[in-house]
Write a protein that binds this ligand. Structure first.
Ligand code: NAD
Length: 499
């Protein structure tokens, strides 16, 4: 047990949570559940299950705010000012928001405050989309025939009421990636955080609630699968933007089809890092790839390269450096700045990961290190030691399925064609990596990888650049203009000057 969980919960004034609907906080619910901290399984708050009744109320408010305005038709300058104020307020509250995120999901405090999942990034995302508001333009078209004096022009209009459903692993960034483009385009929103991580999203909702948004433009509902399903199925919602597992993504896609909701799905991955022998440093490649599975969120990130596809000539060197990297891993109190790695989000997910570790061994992969759980003071929490499998065949379950934990599979190759074939032999297509000093090879292989993005000698995401997946990794992109397109509909206006 870490005393810091209770200390930080009290310091940050965490109490039982409410929902935000039509401009008011609602606390009166028949059902509530405990949110526990993954590092110790201690309860941190009680969360309302909004259910279909709560979702109905939130959608009705969002529907009214959209259909009756003024939000969708508000002058660009006014809407932009409101979003810009939000940027400042999120920035001012960034430290508390970072601490709440660690209280939610156990991400080590240093990472919660200082990386791309921080509130600073959330503010950047709002800033980026605020910048689009006065630049969302349509087009005019040249006269196609000379029979009539017709003028065609397009407008980009907000898609309507947006249902936003987010996962537990990066609640601040995910909140911003959904809410900022929705508000920037003039949509209204019903957002549901993960049942496993509600604190940071609720505090961010409070900041939005205290802004100058008209009532009903932003609504927060909490709950689990039942509440999420009520959003996906709701006829009053025009678009779903979802980040989470492919399993849930498929369910959403099938029910959203009923009223032709627009859908953006950011789902899982099984990304490959291709390590070529001419890479500038095999040590840097191995340590970077291993660190993504062993530190930060302990491999619980969609874009983590969980398959290291390594040229046979540098295989032993790669594995030795990967093993050396885990010497710097420090489990423990998530509020201690020296801690490097997050616990696994739930006891259920620990079981699932341990099941994959067993399967890997049964199917003939060689367990080089890890595969077990720390005991002693960490035994009450959901911890798994960083794990590396060598001699992995890409057909094995540990190479094909998203494990979402600290497990790296190393797969050898001999030729570039073979490396590419292994990378593309996947039901997923989220991201990928190439480690090489040969830029011609980097471009050739990078273009041929069937994924939404590819990092050459490193990987990152930015608010103004699109990210997203192919195949079971989802549909649509988040970041930059592509998102503005996804939150708007094209309206064609035809003016007959002879009429
Ligand atoms: P999850 O799919 O279990 O849950 C995500 C959200 O969906 C939660 O809010 C949950 O309550 C809700 N939900 C559950 N059942 C639902 C239903 N039937 N209808 C509607 N909503 C429902 O995912 P998770 O465990 O929170 O997150 C991990 C997954 O998210 C991984 O697969 C990971 O790869 C993926 N992810 C993807 C990205 C990306 O950008 N591509 C980013 C982060 C996480």
């Amino acid at each position: 047990m870490f005393s810091s969980i209770v200390r930080e919960r009290d310091r940050l004034g965490v109490s039982d949570l409410s929902n935000f609907v039509n401009g008011d906080w609602v606390a009166d619910f028949d059902q509530r559940f405990d949110q526990v901290h993954p590092s110790t399984n201690q309860p941190v708050t009680r969360v309302p299950e909004a259910g279909s009744r709560g979702v109905d109320a939130a959608v009705a408010a969002a529907r009214r705010a959209f259909d009756q305005g003024p939000w969708p038709t508000m002058a660009a300058r006014e809407r932009k000012k409101i979003l810009q104020k939000l940027v400042d307020r999120i920035s001012d509250a960034s430290e508390d928001l970072g601490y709440l995120q660690t209280l939610d999901n156990g991400i080590p405090i240093n990472f919660s405050l200082n990386t791309r999942v921080s509130a600073v990034t959330a503010a950047d995302i709002f800033d980026h989309y605020a910048g689009w508001i006065d630049k969302i333009t349509g087009e005019t078209y040249p006269q196609y025939t000379d029979t009539q004096n017709l003028h065609f022009m397009t407008y980009r209009e907000p898609v309507g009421v947006v249902g936003a459903i987010i996962p537990w692993n990066a609640p601040l960034m995910m909140f911003a990636l959904k809410v900022a483009p929705a508000l920037a385009t003039g949509c209204t929103v019903v957002l549901k955080p993960s049942e496993l991580a509600n604190l940071a999203a609720s505090r961010l909702a409070q900041i939005v609630a205290e802004s100058d948004l008209p009532p009903g433009v932003f609504n927060l509902v909490t709950g689990g699968a039942e509440t999420g399903a009520a959003i996906a199925d709701h006829p009053g919602i025009d678009k779903i933007t979802f980040t989470g597992s492919p399993f849930v993504g498929e369910k959403i896609l099938s029910v959203a089809g009923k009223n032709m909701k627009r859908v953006t799905l950011e789902l899982g991955g099984k990304s490959a890092a291709l390590v070529f022998p001419e890479a500038r440093s095999i040590e840097v490649a191995a340590k970077t790839v291993m660190a993504l599975s062993s530190t930060f969120l302990s491999g619980q990130v969609c874009s983590t390269p969980t398959r290291a596809v390594v040229h046979r000539s540098v295989l032993d060197e790669f594995i030795a450096h990967a093993q050396a990297q885990i010497a710097s891993v420090k489990f423990g109190d998530p509020f201690d700045t020296a801690t490097t790695s997050a616990p696994i989000i739930s006891a259920r997910q620990v079981e699932r990961i341990m099941g994959y570790i067993d399967k890997g061994q049964q199917q003939g992969a060689r367990l080089v290190f890890g595969g077990d759980r720390p005991n002693g003071p960490l035994a009450d929490g959901n911890w798994i030691n960083p794990t590396l499998f060598a001699d992995v065949d890409n057909k094995m379950d540990i190479a094909q399925e998203e494990i979402f934990g600290p497990v790296l599979s190393v797969i050898p190759f001999d030729t570039e064609e073979e490396a590419l074939a292994i990378a593309n032999d996947s039901q997923y297509g989220l991201s990928g990596g190439i480690w090489t000093a040969d830029l011609t090879r980097a471009f050739r292989v990078g273009r041929a990888m069937r994924t939404g993005s590819v990092g050459i000698n490193g990987y990152s995401v930015m608010p103004n650049s699109p990210a997203g997946g192919l195949k079971r990794s989802g549909m649509g992109r988040e970041g930059g203009w592509s998102t503005i397109e996804a939150f708007t509909e094209l309206k064609t206006l035809i003016l007959n000057l002879d009429g």
